[in-house]
Write a protein of this length. Structure first.
Length: 271
């Protein structure tokens, strides 16, 4: 029964996403509206599935969106995970000339560039979070709940892989994140979304099912991780394969996830 619910949810989410991508491809949907609508279409799918399968729509949505004072700290701290990943990325990429901060500061004061990095945090917990919340209700809310809400590697693999493949029409049709290497981009981005998902389901479990901390983390990925592409003078084809959306980004997030898992095992005594 749970599998059938997950399948219906996923097919519905992918179908709506594909329709929106096709409309945008033919110029019938503005890009900014496409992004917001696509992300929130996942929440719509979750709500429709809850209604179809006689779920308690109001109770579940209230659980996914609960925001007591105890969760506020987690909501504000979660985006710092992305800064940690960025630090690991810089350490891995810099020796090979793949991370050059001067590429960002070129043409402006270096202090201003650092201010922009700080402001990216504010974007993560405000506007970007609002966009990301639609996806989080579906992936880290409804689907993760169907899987039992346990922050295991298996849950991260399933939720992350389905999340990544949900992006595939946008990558192939619109060149989303991968303008040159579109088919390779589907594989690379799916690997990344699996790695993104582990800290997201960790904070969701810590927040007792609320997806708001995962939304601020997701918002930080969208506002900060693009620096890994800007901080390089490499051509587009190389950027897509080697930089933050490619192998070096995958390596950085693998290290971060491993560290988080070790901490979780030591603190909670669970594998």
């Amino acid at each position: 029964m749970l599998i059938s619910r997950a399948v219906v949810f996923y097919v519905m989410s992918c179908s709506i996403a594909l329709l929106l991508d096709a409309l945008t491809l033919h110029g019938l949907l503005p890009l900014i509206l496409w992004g917001f609508t696509r992300m929130w279409s996942v929440a719509l799918s979750a709500i429709l599935c809850l209604a179809m399968f006689k779920g308690k729509v109001y109770a579940k949505m209230r659980s996914f969106l609960s925001f007591p004072a105890t969760i506020l700290k987690l909501y504000l701290v979660a985006p710092l995970t992305v800064y940690a990943a960025l630090g690991i990325y810089a350490a891995l990429a810099s020796p090979f000339g793949l991370f050059d901060f001067s590429s960002i500061t070129r043409g402006q004061a270096e202090a201003l560039a650092y201010v922009q990095i700080v402001l990216a945090y504010l974007a993560a917990v405000t506007l970007n979070m609002v966009f990301a919340l639609g996806e989080e209700i579906g992936w880290r809310g409804y689907l993760y709940d169907l899987l039992g809400s346990k922050p295991t590697a298996t849950a991260a693999l399933i939720v992350g892989a389905l999340w990544g493949l949900w992006h595939s029409p946008a990558i192939i049709l619109l060149g989303y994140n991968y303008r040159v290497n579109r088919f390779a981009g589907v594989i690379l981005f799916t690997a990344l979304t699996v790695l993104f998902t582990y800290p997201q389901i960790l904070v969701t479990s810590m927040a007792r099912g609320s997806v708001l901390p995962a939304s601020s983390l997701h918002g930080a990925i969208n506002s900060i991780w693009g620096l890994t592409l800007l901080a390089s003078r490499a051509p587009d084809e190389t950027r897509e394969i080697l930089l933050g959306l490619g192998f070096t980004g995958i390596a950085a997030w693998t290290i971060l996830d491993a560290a988080l898992h070790i901490v979780r095992v030591k603190v909670c005594g669970r594998k």
